[in-house]
Design a protein around this ligand. Structure first.
Ligand code: ZN
Ligand code: ZN
Length: 82
């Protein structure tokens, strides 16, 4: 697969249909199986989609937990269970 602005990276085949989550914190790319579906409908009339790629960007669980060095130092209290 290729991510915009990054050199192509190659994955073992046979993973099946999956998408990716790229962590902006550690720059790792994770696979996940979920697919929103219905993406073919986005193609303009007359175009025939045969495949798609989908990349979410954000923080992986590790980086989301640490949040170090980003933004203010104010720590939000953990949310109490409801
Ligand atoms: Zn991360
Ligand atoms: Zn998909």
């Amino acid at each position: 697969m290729e991510l915009p602005g990054e050199p192509p990276r190659y994955e073992p085949t046979g993973l099946g249909h999956h998408h990716h989550f790229r962590c902006d914190g550690c720059a790792r790319v994770f696979d996940f199986d979920a697919c929103p579906g219905g993406l073919d409908a986005l193609a303009p009339k007359g175009f025939v989609p045969e495949r798609h790629e989908l990349v979410l960007y954000g923080k992986c669980p590790e980086c989301a937990a640490h949040k170090r060095g980003v933004g203010s130092r104010v720590r939000r209290p953990r949310q109490a269970p409801r």
